[in-house]
Design a protein around this ligand. Sequence first.
Ligand code: MN
Length: 197
Amino acid sequence: MAFELPKLDYSYNALEPYIDEQTVVIHHTKHHQAYVDKLNAAVKGTKYENMKIEEILKDLNSIPKEIKTAVVNNGGQHFNHSFFWKSLAPGQKPSGKVLDAINQKWGSFDKFREEFSNSAATLFGSGWTWLVSNNGQLEIMQTPNAGTPISEGKTPLLVIDVWEHAYYLKVQNRRPEYIQNWWNVVNWKEVERRFGK
Ligand code: MN
């Protein structure tokens, strides 16, 4: 079974005006699709073809060196993007146990939001900022390029893609503006579901 581009749970224009339709279309059908295609090319004829991407990324050291770079990069990007799409939805507000945990850890939601935004804005080059659970403790972490928390044994709850392709069409170099817009389309129900697991 080859890896497949996941369908989105919403239409391409559902995140307007915060994330524009053209950006979502190109990001999903071109960028994410290319990572899937390159991952499939790398694992063709190996046992990795039949594994879940999470299983592969949890044990990077076991990947044969001939395909390791391609699998780490394209597999990481496939997982991260699939997770990113699920982290988005229009019209939601943080609530429930995850909001309680955020308030407890950071003192207030606004303080968490400020720290997370700052982490995303200051990440040098391409990468991701995550809210993760590390043995039950909430943490904000950055991963460069295709890095992913599951390779470090951490459980991701929420992610923002800060590769330029995620925002350049709409806001050009103004990454902080993209981050501020992004807060309006966080899928808090999904964050809450992940936190409850
Ligand atoms: Mn991306």
